[in-house]
Structure formats: C-alpha cells, structure tokens
Write a protein of this length. Sequence first.
Length: 106
Amino acid sequence: MRLLKVAGFILPFLCLVLTVYCLADTVHMRQVSGVVKYIDGQGKGIVVTADIGGKEFIVGAIIDNRTVISSRKEKLSIGDIREGDRVILRYLLENNDLYAKSIMKR
C-alpha cells in the first residue's frame, strides 16, 4: 500500500519533468541584431545578417500573423521594413522552422 502512495506521487512528477524537457527541446527563442538583406515580396519571410565575432551570421525567419513589427516609438507593418534597415529580430525555433516573433526597426 505504501508503495502505491509513493508511486502515485512520483509518477505525475516524472511526467511533468519529461513534458518540460520535451518542450524545452523543441522551442528555442533567439535574438539577433543586424541588417535586413532580404524581405519576401509577399511579406512572409525575412533574412537578417549580423557580424558576430568577425563572421557573418545569417538568419532567415518566417513572418506570420503573430509577428509584432515596430520601431522604438510605434507599431509598423512589414511594408515599413526595407532591405538595408537595421533591425532586432527575435525568432523562435519550432519544429525545425524559424518564426519571427518580433522585428524592431532601429
């Protein structure tokens, strides 16, 4: 009987730990500050390059309806972002795809 009580406590705890571990392994938030090199004509993708440690770092991300686009002062649309603009791109790695969470024009 005592073994069932211990198992009843430990089993849900192990399930919670396993769930958190699996979610942490599939979703990663990152940020890069750089220059816009390309924007998809339909506004569905962006490529940003940054110089990190003397090497060029290239990030391409999908833009969807959840992406927040802004400047320091106001909310913008994807049409306000141009190639050559300096931006801070926050992106999410989800199931092997990169999704733009926010794009802030500097």
